[in-house]
Design a protein around this ligand. Structure first.
Ligand code: HEC
Length: 156
């Protein structure tokens, strides 16, 4: 059978587009507005948790021994970005967060971060520059402080 005589899959009627005339322009308009509101709401809800993680309500534990020194060094060198009590700020992430748990961010990542800085990879804050004038011993104290705050706030 020649190509042109093959039966068509769909009837010509079924192939024509459904006319938009069935729905009034007014309805299209309201539908559009409704979509904008729903879409905006979803964007708003998605944006919210992010701002929340940067301003945690963190319990500040009583410090002992090396943690006292670490707390002071932290306040002087890290709190500007990582927030008071490691709660985060608009410039840097909180350490009271599961991605900085001891098993995920081992102590070595703290020494490295201070010495070499950090390329942004977990967060939208941008890069962390290397921190001048903070020795390895200082970082050891800062880690003791950060771990103490983490544990006091329910982290392992
Ligand atoms: C100028 C802001 C700023 C300062 C000051 C700062 N940090 Fe950071 N830090 C950041 C940002 C931003 C990140 C997150 C980068 C990412 O993962 O997106 C970060 C990440 C880290 C990390 C995670 C590293 C990794 O491997 O993911 C550690 C550890 C850290 N900082 C330790 C410190 C310590 C300790 C100090 C103080 C001695 C300090 N930071 C001071 C901004 C800062």
């Amino acid at each position: 059978m020649p190509q042109s005589q093959k039966p068509r899959k769909k009837s010509p009627v079924a192939q024509t587009d459904t006319p938009a005339g069935g729905i009034s322009p007014k309805l299209w308009f309201y539908g559009f507005i409704a979509l904008m509101i729903i879409g905006g709401g979803i964007l708003f809800l998605q944006a919210k948790p992010e701002t929340k993680t940067t301003h945690l309500d963190v319990f500040a534990p009583e410090l002992q021994g090396i943690e006292v020194k670490g707390g002071k060094l932290y306040a002087a060198n890290c709190a500007a970005c990582h927030g008071p009590n490691a709660a985060g700020s608009e410039k840097g992430p909180p350490f009271v967060h599961k991605i900085y748990a001891r098993d995920h961010h081992v102590d070595a990542s703290f020494y490295n971060a201070v010495k070499r800085g950090v390329q942004a990879h977990h967060w939208p804050y941008g890069n962390m520059p290397a921190v001048e004038g903070v020795s390895d011993d200082d970082v050891t104290a800062i880690i003791a402080y950060v771990r103490k705050v983490q544990v006091a706030n329910g982290m392992k």
